[in-house]
Design a protein around this ligand. Sequence first.
Ligand code: NAG
Ligand code: NAG
Ligand code: NAG
Ligand code: NAG
Ligand code: NAG
Ligand code: NAG
Ligand code: NAG
Ligand code: NAG
Ligand code: NAG
Ligand code: NAG
Ligand code: NAG
Ligand code: NAG
Length: 608
Amino acid sequence: MKFLFFSVCFATAFSLGSALNISDINGPGFLSPYSGKAVSAVQGLVTAKGPSGFWIRSTMPDSNSTSSNSVYVFSSSAGKNLTVGDIITLDATVSEYRSSSAYLYLTELTAPKNISLISSGNQVTPLVIGEGTKSPPTEQFSSLDKGDILGLPNNSSQISAQNSTLQPQLYGLDFWESLSGELVTVQKPTAIAKPNAYGDTWVIGSWKTTGLNSRGGLTLTARDSNPEAIMIADPLDGSDNPKGTRVGDSLQDITGVVTQAFGYYVINPLTALNVTGSAQPTLPPPATFSSCGNCKGLTVGSYNVENLGPNTTHLPNIAAHIVDYLKTPDLMFLQEIQDNNGATDTGVVDANITLSTLVEAIRVRSNLTYASTAINPVNDQDGGEPGGNIRVAYLYNPAVLQLRNPNPGSSTDANAVLPGPELKYNPGRIDPLNAAWNASRKPLAAAWETRDGKNKFFTVNVHFGSKGGGSSIEGDARPPVNGGVYDRLAQTNATASFIASILAADSKARIITSGDFNEFAFAAPLETFQNISQLRDVDELAGVDEVERYSYLFDMNCQELDHMYVSEALARGAVIAKEIVHVNTWASYAGQVSDHDPSVARLDVCQD
Ligand SMILES: *[C@@H]1O[C@H](CO)[C@@H](O)[C@H](O)[C@H]1NC(C)=O
Ligand SMILES: *[C@@H]1O[C@H](CO)[C@@H](O)[C@H](O)[C@H]1NC(C)=O
Ligand SMILES: *[C@@H]1O[C@H](CO)[C@@H](O)[C@H](O)[C@H]1NC(C)=O
Ligand SMILES: *[C@@H]1O[C@H](CO)[C@@H](O)[C@H](O)[C@H]1NC(C)=O
Ligand SMILES: *[C@@H]1O[C@H](CO)[C@@H](O)[C@H](O)[C@H]1NC(C)=O
Ligand SMILES: *[C@@H]1O[C@H](CO)[C@@H](O)[C@H](O)[C@H]1NC(C)=O
Ligand SMILES: *[C@@H]1O[C@H](CO)[C@@H](O)[C@H](O)[C@H]1NC(C)=O
Ligand SMILES: *[C@@H]1O[C@H](CO)[C@@H](O)[C@H](O)[C@H]1NC(C)=O
Ligand SMILES: *[C@@H]1O[C@H](CO)[C@@H](O)[C@H](O)[C@H]1NC(C)=O
Ligand SMILES: *[C@@H]1O[C@H](CO)[C@@H](O)[C@H](O)[C@H]1NC(C)=O
Ligand SMILES: *[C@@H]1O[C@H](CO)[C@@H](O)[C@H](O)[C@H]1NC(C)=O
Ligand SMILES: *[C@@H]1O[C@H](CO)[C@@H](O)[C@H](O)[C@H]1NC(C)=O
């Protein structure tokens, strides 16, 4: 107690009596040692001005990279008389600010007063990121993630509670925190995502990266979640960033201040981003392979068609993707097929008009008339856009394959594996009354054969629960909350157990599972899925490069939420191939047709 008393007294006396360096104010950790305290005669060079404050940098910056030498001064009025290049002293209160308890704190000076101008017209030189030791780490965000940002339990600790000493060479959050308030330049930036509604855009600069894909984006891989990217937020001059930026666009050098906003480290640039070039070609080429037309090489496509109703304006474009880019696969796994009146909540659950409208749009473009099959959900029970009743569905080329002894189940009938093995319902939903599927789509299992009645194989079309409700990858909770992860663990378990029961009846059964798993191959739900089902990842079988495995963009990451897995009996064959056609991730936000990329694979399903 005696020591504590002494320590508090000392800190207070020190903060009131002495001139502190800005790096002393920031301190070596995430939170200031002087939080809540008054500081006086803080000296700094004004490096930038914004609508609600200004930034100052120590006039004696130290070379120790652990604490930032700059800080934000929050005040809507005090900066009015100041000019970039002024050296001032001021008195203020040190404050830690965040707008949500899920975010990290920003250390700032508030209520500045007694501002004295020491000199004007001083040179302001931005610090160049990537020069010297100021290069961001490329894999890990925080020591608290213990090497795996997808580790469980999630939120087992919080940065604000640990307040560890920064390790900017090792961890991305520590790196960006060590530059908090600093005026920086990003040289030769590349856009690596689409802007959000405000024009905020993720970029990388001319520094070392890992996970770079051939388009110029960064792909999330196991234990590499790309902290070397930084979001560019609102320009300080009141202009707007462009909204049409695409992955791989090159940009003019960016100069701005590092700060913390809405759960992310961002740079507020002095002026709006300027796109100077784009990756070519604008859109990817179509799949390089097509169906052999027989069991030796069937093509199987998968596409989350994003809330597709009969009248949605993107329906013809979805049809065009299936025809032009996927080359009309023999079997299509679709997700997010809405009912016949789309997102209108009137109790309608049938989707036959949605499907027949899509089939007709494909026929007009290709002259192939697909057949379709799906099972209605119970009204309003499967989540997604209210009233839309999204479900998974199959389209298939009836000239090549057919359902084996069709016997569709009802919305609540649980499919089962009968001797043979055969399916009790064809198609039929898996375990639809299991609580694992509350407010989520039930997987649809089906049995197929080629038109000659031979070459039986099974499929399971999935659309697992979403990651909604998760916390920011740069937020306070470590590891971040992976929204819905426990639902997906239960869902992958139930689905994999069903698949395992087919293989228990016939270890040589040919099984294809595909769809929107809403999860990464290297996260616990899909590791569980593979362990229980013993299925193989077609990306691996077909040799898809790890960094090219992406079907979705979120935050800074190109990432793969959509997958295809097959049983051992399908893991062989000379024709095996898989391509993810990046027709949506490469497009601008306005130009994308769905938020997911489609993919297509070719498999040998012939009976031995
Ligand atoms: C955070 O850590 C700094 C040292 O880096 C310490 O002075 C300060 O008191 C800590 N703040 C909190 C709230 O833990
Ligand atoms: C204002 O700041 C100057 C320079 O730090 C200091 O000498 C002076 O005492 C301060 N005035 C007041 C009223 O605090
Ligand atoms: C400010 O920083 C300089 C350079 O690192 C150092 O010499 C000086 O002692 C610091 N001042 C305070 C008050 O810590
Ligand atoms: C930088 O500061 C930290 C924390 O105060 C200290 O542990 C480290 O030794 C310093 N590094 C250098 C190069 O001075
Ligand atoms: C700005 O300068 C004017 C003239 O010196 C002074 O009257 C005013 O109080 C200053 N405003 C602020 C916000 O410091
Ligand atoms: C993480 O856990 C802490 C402590 O229980 C809690 O205060 C915080 O709200 C949690 N964060 C998230 C994002 O759930
Ligand atoms: C994951 O985070 C959420 C939100 O903080 C919490 O409710 C849940 O219990 C966490 N899971 C585990 C296993 O800690
Ligand atoms: C954007 O970049 C181009 C090419 O470097 C340049 O010609 C143009 O002046 C820039 N526009 C702005 C607003 O800076
Ligand atoms: C779709 O368009 C058709 C033809 O215009 C119309 O009859 C039908 O009511 C529309 N359906 C919905 C859900 O808007
Ligand atoms: C859709 O299904 C309903 C009910 O079975 C049927 O009356 C209608 O004719 C079907 N419409 C189409 C376009 O298939
Ligand atoms: C279109 O498909 C139909 C039915 O398969 C076939 O009879 C017809 O010859 C095809 N037309 C063209 C132009 O390929
Ligand atoms: C899968 O579910 C079963 C039955 O609920 C349970 O006993 C088992 O522990 C689960 N396995 C995993 C890996 O979650």
